[in-house]
Write a protein that binds this ligand. Structure first.
Ligand code: MLT
Ligand code: MN
Ligand code: ZN
Length: 301
């Protein structure tokens, strides 16, 4: 299995258009050491020729341009065979509108996420004669690409921000927020860019994996409040923090996983920069993703 981290930042990207936090300021300075990062998406392939996109970010046009593996090989062609979305957030679905030029691919979603797409007429721009919408049941394995088996599973989360009522349920487990399991050539990998809590069943599922790409939105739960950039905690946004009691660093360190890489990292997160928080993550055996990162899991056979 080959992975390309297309976009490592959470919604808004790094820098975010209206943000003047320390990270966003640095990311606007060429040569500062902090390079701009696009919004949440990865690509996966087994043969290097056929690719699946996990989450279609608003930056997908640039992401395709930045990664030669995704360039057309003919007058009208794309190596992108399939797309899966892990929730209905704008950073994960808006890119579908970019993929609208009468190019065939399969779009895999849970029924609940398909409902969000189907309810919004703007997504009719994806011509049904070319884009096949496939509804996938939770925990039912399906071929995402030839030779690559995937399964979608529930992860604690919430409905998209734009569908929140006054009091949204946080941490609900169902079809609204999912993780993706990938299996090929005896290897097992997980992509979980949004997760409100690591439940015992989720921990048991991912234990022993060769690779985990996991929600690194915030380092501390109150990071947005403390930095003056927002009023919500990470948990209120449906994202468990990295640090602290019940954080992902502690919860995932108890498991045996080949490589653990943080993705979906908010622009306020201090792990973008060298410093004590990044050192803490590194010392615990976690990597910080970056746009253009390539990961290959050799066949186990
Ligand atoms: C999130 O990950 O919490 C969402 O992408 C936030 C948003 O929709 O802006
Ligand atoms: Mn997001
Ligand atoms: Zn910022």
């Amino acid at each position: 299995m080959h992975f390309l981290v297309l976009g490592t930042a959470a919604g808004g990207g790094l820098p975010q258009w209206n943000c003047g936090c320390d990270n966003c300021k640095l990311a606007r300075i060429p040569g500062s050491g902090l390079r701009p990062q696009t919004q949440s998406s990865i690509a996966v392939s087994v043969d290097g020729e056929n690719w699946a996109i996990l989450n279609a970010s608003p930056d997908i046009r640039q992401q395709i341009d930045d990664n030669r593996q995704l360039h057309p090989m003919a007058l009208r062609h794309s190596p992108i065979r399939s797309v899966v979305v892990t929730n209905g957030d704008i950073d994960h679905i808006a890119g579908l509108l970019v993929l609208r030029e009468k190019q065939a691919f399969e779009l895999f979603m849970t029924e609940a996420l398909a409902g969000i797409i189907d309810d919004n007429p703007v997504f009719q721009a994806l011509d049904a004669d070319f884009v096949a919408r496939r509804t996938i049941a939770l925990d039912a394995p399906f071929p995402l690409l030839p030779g690559l088996q995937a399964a979608l599973f529930a992860v604690p989360g919430k409905v998209p921000l734009f569908l929140e009522g006054a009091e949204p349920d946080i941490g609900i487990e169902g079809e609204q927020t999912i993780g993706i399991e990938l299996k090929a050539s005896g290897r097992r990998a997980y992509y979980i860019p949004g997760c409100a809590a690591l439940t015992a069943s989720l921990a048991a599922r991912i234990d022993g994996a060769d690779l985990l790409l996991f929600d690194g939105t915030l380092f501390t739960d109150d990071e947005m409040l403390a930095s003056g950039t927002g009023q919500k905690t990470g948990r209120r946004m449906g994202h468990m923090p990295i640090d602290g009691a019940g954080g992902s660093l502690e919860a995932l360190s108890a498991l045996t996983i080949g490589r653990k890489i943080y993705v979906h990292i908010n622009n306020t997160n201090p792990i973008w920069r060298h410093g004590p928080e990044r050192d803490t993550v590194g010392a615990a055996g976690f990597e910080v993703g970056h746009d253009g990162m390539e990961i290959s899991l050799a066949s186990d056979t």
